[in-house]
Design a protein around this ligand. Sequence first.
Ligand code: DGY
Length: 309
Amino acid sequence: MRFFVTTPLPEPGMTLLREAGTVVVPERSPDLAAVCASGEYDVVVAQLTDVFDADVLAGARLRGISNYAVGYDNIDVVAATRRGIRVCNTPSVLTDATADVAMLLILATARRCVEADAFVRAGRFTGWEPSLLLGGDVSGASLGLAGFGRIARAVARRALAFGMTVRCTSRRPVDEPGVERVDWDELVERSDFLSLHVPLTAETRHLVDASVLRRMKRSAILINTARGPIVDERALVEALRSGEIAGAGLDVYEDEPRLAPGLADLPNTTLLPHVGSATRSVRAKMAESCARNAIALAAGDAVRVVNPE
Ligand code: DGY
């Protein structure tokens, strides 16, 4: 088996791959189209930052792509399927870690954690004051979850434990106790916190645009741990600047690693560098899952793929 690994995986990923076959890791950013078309590799082990669009896949001769992420919007799965390329991701292992970060962003943004930390470090803390850095309540507030997959369900469980009211949108019926399924308009208009948990697709690109931001409560906080382009980031900056919404907690950005102009200057934001799954144990589990998927793809074994049936 021959694996092309665009960026080395954490252990035990590399050991598993090396035990199964030959592993090639490029020294510098590879020409993915050439790698895919070379016919030298069974499987490319990819990062979410590696783009496999229809052009890259046009001449591809591969058995599979194993993506080191649950999201796979970096891969044109329809084009891959057309060329007989199976695609795997790493679901489940990062559910709780990502839900923790969504909850962290809810709490940190509502309670102005970043501003408070900067305040202390700047030596401005001179003693307790009745009106110092007042924030909004989390307990008793309403959380709107856009989408109700694994991560949203894990966020719902956390939010319910914090005394929040939880609503969601979902294509399927929702049977989670304490969670009400509503339509998108109701979710937008009634949520104190609106948290995004849909995959990035043509349908969800800019799902949160200027018109949605206008319909949110002025006191609302937007949370995004999914994919940046689900939000029109320039419109978000305007909405945060003008007070159309109260704040945003973001782990992902529309044009990563770049931020929309002005976003980093806004005090009512908590900004993380796409670390939803970044715990040592989760990254190791993702690496194991990704490597095992790659080996199964190379061997032609049964494996859970994301290709359409
Ligand atoms: C994913 O897996 O899709 C996250 O964005 C990174 O772990």
